[in-house]
Structures are given as C-alpha cells and as structure tokens.
Design a protein around this ligand. Structure first.
Ligand code: F6P
Ligand code: MN
Length: 330
C-alpha cells in the first residue's frame, strides 16, 4: 500500500507543501497517542482558561494546540498560523510559503466521554510582505491542501490537495499513514441527516420546513423515511458523510442573536467544504457556496450545509434558490 509521502509524490505536490503535510501527519500521530492515553496521562478535563470565542479550553485543546504550533514552527515551510485556540495569528518562519489554519481538537466536548475527536487543517499560500490577519483572509477556494485526522477506533486522515479526496489509515505497526481509499466519493442521494435537533425552534423558516419534511418521512413530500445521526464533533459527522453519504448541517439560528452561526469558516467549514466538493458533494451556507465566502476575520463563523449533492440541492431549494443548475467552479 502507498504511504502518504508516496501519494504526495504521485500527485506531484511540491516538496515544500509535501514536507508541511508530512509534519502535520507526524504531529497527528503524536496527538493520537496523547488522546489514546486519556486518563492514564492525566490529559482529560478542563483548564481554567477560555479561548477567544469564550469557550472553556480542555486540557487536550491546549496540549494539542501547543504540539501543532511547535511542530509548525520547526517545519520551516510555514509563514504563519491561525488556530481556534489562539486569539491572534502567529508569525512562524519568515521564508515560509504557507499559512496553516487549524482546529487542534475538534469535538473537544467528546474528550471526557472517550468519543470521537479530530484535528482539522487548512493550508493557504502565504502572500508576500508583512504577516497580518489580512494575510489569512483568503477564500476557501484558494486552499492548497485541506484535511482532518480522526482519532477513532483507527486513526484516519482525510486529505485533499485538489486531486480528489483520499483516506489514509495509520498503521499501528509501521507508524505510517497508508492510502486506504484513493477516490472518496459521496453518494449523491441519501436518507440520513445530521443536525442538533435541540435547536429546532431557533432555526430560520427554510431549515424548519426542510427538517419537518424529512421527519414526516414517507407520509410527506420526500416520500421516504430518513434516519438521523449526531456525533457532536463535526469531524466525525463529516467523516460519516464522506463514507456513506448524508447531509450535515449546523444552520443559522437565533438562540443567541450575537452568534447566529456555530462553526468557524477558516478552520472548520472551509477545509471540510473542499474535502466534500473533491468527493463530489456540495457545501453551502444556505445562500452561498462556502468556498466562495470572502472571510473577514480568522475566527469568523458561518452556517454550514454539506454532503450528498442532491440532498444539499433539495435543502437549498427551501432557501429560495435552486442550486442544482449552479455552474461548477474549478
Ligand atoms: O467545533 C464546534 C463543534 O464542536 C463541532 O465539532 C460540532 O459539530 C458542534 O460544535 C457540536 O455542537 P453542539 O454542541 O450543538 O452539539
Ligand atoms: Mn471544532
């Protein structure tokens, strides 16, 4: 089986980007170890700190953030980084060609219940000149690599460099990520949806109607029954969608008018949207293709609707727009 380095060579990825992706992969192996040791290593539970988004940081949020930061600083190919756990962008190497945005441990509320968590990353080209937050505010369409590492029963990496979406599985014997699925393809149709139903009363009218129609099942306009799943870690829900199709959404809600969206654009929505598009699926805010959203801040949040292409189109048709004829943007 091909390992990650061999796959990047076969894809003709330039040496600097390949080096950086191998650094991310190596760090995720170490994170996988930390996560697996759990209570034995005293890494479960919360710290007394909050991140810039007002969320209490788990010990593993801080540990994994430091691991990634240290590794990217040592790598030499990284101009700057932005993390869910860093208030501001961090300058790394003057000569680095890339910017890395990451969520070091997505789904961290799952840590203490020994459930799915993962690392999400997005790589952008570094513009010339001084490094500021503005340097990072590039559309998802500009990403040169995106992926996640899922710390599940097996540790898996999903990766795209624009050559489709690949799955690699960490071989515990050799310690290598081996290519286990070359062209991941999301089925265009599905009968499975993922949404936090407890927010139902706070959603916009189009999402209320769409989900109500799924719930009526074969008695309603969809004329078939739907199943529901919610892992409470985007990385786990998106992985399921890549594996067997489905629609995943964290839509706009008015629970807290100051915070109408939950997921972060730069290190959650954008990398997942590209992985999904590269696997033949779609990803939208409900009104705009996620990869075409112009970012305005590194910690900006967006509504997310992604997954099986036909089901996303159906959901978008409730939002007053028929996206099924939307031209594909390369
Ligand atoms: O990073 C935010 C996140 O943890 C996602 O991974 C996940 O999809 C969502 O929040 C879970 O939200 P909720 O707490 O509403 O289930
Ligand atoms: Mn997250």
């Amino acid at each position: 089986m091909q390992n990650l380095a061999q796959t990047l060579t076969a894809q003709a990825i330039n040496a600097s980007l390949a080096d950086l992706l191998l650094t991310l992969a190596d760090t995720s192996k170490a994170i996988s170890q930390a996560v697996r040791h759990g209570a034995l290593a005293g890494v479960l539970g919360a710290t007394e700190q909050e991140n810039v988004q007002g969320e209490t940081q788990k010990k593993l949020d801080v540990i994994t953030n430091d691991m990634l930061k240290d590794a990217l600083k040592a790598d030499g190919n990284v101009r700057g980084l932005a993390s869910e756990e860093e208030d501001y962008v961090v300058e790394v190497s003057k000569d680095g060609k890339y910017l890395v945005c990451f969520d070091p441990l997505d789904g961290s509320s799952n840590i203490d219940i020994n459930s799915l968590v993962g690392t999400i990353f997005s790589v952008l080209p570094a513009p010339a000149g001084e490094l500021t937050e503005q340097s990072f505010l590039q559309k998802g369409r500009d990403q040169v690599a995106a992926g996640y590492v899922l710390y599940g029963p097996s540790t898996m990496m999903a990766l795209t460099t624009g050559n489709g979406t690949q799955f690699f599985t960490l071989d515990p014997n050799s310690g290598e990520f081996l290519l286990t699925q070359d062209q991941v393809t999301i089925t265009p149709d599905t009968a499975e949806f993922a949404i936090n139903m407890s927010n139902q009363r706070f959603w916009e009218a189009p999402m209320q109607t769409y989900i109500a129609d799924l719930l009526i099942g074969e008695l309603g306009p969809r004329e078939r029954n739907f199943n529901m799943r919610w892992i409470a870690a985007m990385v786990g829900d998106v992985h399921r969608v890549l594996c067997r199709g489905g629609i995943f959404t964290y839509p706009t809600d008015n629970k807290n008018p100051q915070k109408p969206y939950k997921l972060r654009l730069m290190y959650e929505a954008n990398p997942m949207a590209w992985l999904v598009e590269q696997a033949g699926g779609k990803a939208s805010t409900g009104y705009q293709t996620i990869l075409d959203v112009q970012p305005t801040a590194i910690h900006q949040r967006v509504a997310v609707i992604l997954g099986s292409a036909n089901e996303v189109d159906t959901c978008l048709s409730y939002h007053g727009q028929d996206y099924s004829q939307e031209p594909q943007v390369d």
